[in-house]
Design a protein around this ligand. Structure first.
Ligand SMILES: Cc1cc2nc3c(=O)[nH]c(=O)nc-3n(C[C@H](O)[C@H](O)[C@H](O)COP(=O)(O)OP(=O)(O)OC[C@H]3O[C@@H](n4cnc5c(N)ncnc54)[C@H](O)[C@@H]3O)c2cc1C
Length: 390
């Protein structure tokens, strides 16, 4: 199929077509804006993730008409979350049933090869031009310094300039748009976890299982294809060193904090290599300026230990798109984002220290739950959603 050439001008250009970028593009296009969204990776490419979506993310996907699409792709509904806390003295399990509320009757943990494709398709269905294998190289500016477009390398390898009134960086935690626009972080975390994870078959789990032990964490999350994503988190051990040593650490950490999973792995079948995330301290960056904005990890990243990045990305796509469509000052987007993020970020950072005792981390989890309820209520209050997928 011959690709139409990218046009010379758009109302908005979105750099990065994963959860934040595609969701933002979908919402803007559905309001009638001419939107280009592109990603340097191929469509359907995988990325680092343990996939767990929290209630506010499922609420938005439901509102956008996309939970059915995820279910059709074989994403299993998750109806129970178990928190298993252990120290050298005892183990305490807290089970939480996912109660049907506001259209959400289950959580999901879709593989990113599924979620990001479903969102990119929804953006295309809403009228956005969605391109993969296209890389942003530079920002264009007017003589006054306002961002006015991008220089990009297209699918054929040629470079060209494309103009727009607004360039949105949804290009992840190492955002080029943020760097070129001069956005700096104004909140930075003190702690970070390093993570190792792998997919297994023949490892049935009854919902999401999160394990916490002083100095470490782990989990087992059911995802597409009958597979379970098993992960371990520690302060630094997965950041570097021979892969065999890190694989041994993965086994040891699970043996200590998730012994039932470690035992079940003996009869399960590994269907992927071990993936490693070395760790990166979280941050909130200035998310807008003259002619530009940031959404998703590009603007706000929290440590993976609290599995909230995709939820933040979808929420902030909704907040940013709404501000743009309503013609508001983007400072309102920043205020809304920060109001729903700062307390959660602080708790997430404390959990990421892995330096707590069990009553303390349980207290953090209660605080997180309250923050998530507040987040869900804020999204519900935005009743007239700017768009739904067709
Ligand atoms: C180990 C690990 C586990 C995690 N587990 C969870 C979890 O269980 N639940 C959860 O909610 N979150 C989790 N997260 C966080 C989650 O993955 C991120 O928050 C989420 O991916 C952010 O989405 P995004 O769309 O903002 O950016 P990204 O997913 O980072 O996508 C950015 C895109 O921009 C593209 N891009 C970058 N530069 C350019 C350029 N110059 N031109 C064109 N394209 C460009 C990239 O190719 C990329 O596809 C985890 C993160 C890690 C590291």
């Amino acid at each position: 199929m011959t690709m139409q050439p990218i046009e010379d001008t758009y109302d908005a250009i979105v750099v990065g077509a994963r959860c934040a970028g595609s969701a933002t593009a979908m919402l803007l296009a559905a309001s009638g804006m001419r939107v280009l969204v592109f990603d340097k990776s191929p469509l359907g490419a995988d990325t680092l993730s343990t996939h767990a979506l929290m209630r506010p993310a499922v609420l938005l996907l439901h509102r956008w008409g996309l939970t059915e699409r995820l279910a059709k792709e074989g994403t299993p509904p998750i109806r129970k979350t178990s928190f298993i806390y252990a120290d050298h003295r005892r183990t305490n399990t807290v089970e939480v049933d996912i109660k049907p509320r506001l259209g959400v009757d289950a959580l999901y943990a879709p593989r990113r090869t599924v979620l990001d494709r479903v969102l990119a398709d929804a953006a295309r269905d809403a009228g956005a031009e969605v391109r993969h294998g296209v890389q942003m190289l530079d920002l264009l500016r007017t003589e006054e310094g306002r961002v006015s477009g991008v220089r990009l390398r297209d699918e054929s390898g040629g470079t060209r300039e494309v103009r727009s009134g607004l360039v949105i960086g949804a290009d992840g935690r190492r955002s080029t748009v943020a760097r070129l626009a001069g956005s700096t972080p104004y909140v930075v975390g003190r702690h970070t976890t390093s993570v190792a994870y792998r997919y297994f078959r023949d490892l049935p789990v009854d919902g999401n299982r999160w394990y916490f032990r002083p100095g470490m964490g782990g989990g087992a999350i059911p995802t597409n294809g009958g597979e379970t994503c098993v992960f371990a988190s520690v302060p630094h051990a997965f950041a570097s060193g021979p892969a065999a040593d890190r694989a041994e650490t993965f086994r040891q950490v699970l043996g200590q904090c998730a012994p039932d999973i470690a035992e079940a792995l003996l009869s399960a079948r590994a269907v992927s290599k071990l993936h490693f995330f070395p760790g990166l301290r979280g941050f909130l960056r200035q998310p807008w300026g003259d002619g530009w904005a940031l959404v998703g990890d590009a603007g706000y990243m929290s440590d993976p230990i609290t599995a909230h990045g995709i939820t933040n990305a979808l929420r902030d796509a909704e907040l940013l798109a709404r501000s743009i469509i309503e013609g508001n000052d983007l400072s309102e987007y920043q205020t809304a984002r920060d109001d729903l993020s700062l307390q959660f970020f602080e708790i997430s950072d404390r959990v990421a220290s892995l330096d707590w005792d069990i009553p303390t981390v349980q207290h953090y989890h209660k605080m997180m739950s309250q923050e998530m309820n507040r987040e869900e209520e804020a999204l519900v209050a935005l009743t007239d959603a700017p768009a739904t997928a067709a």
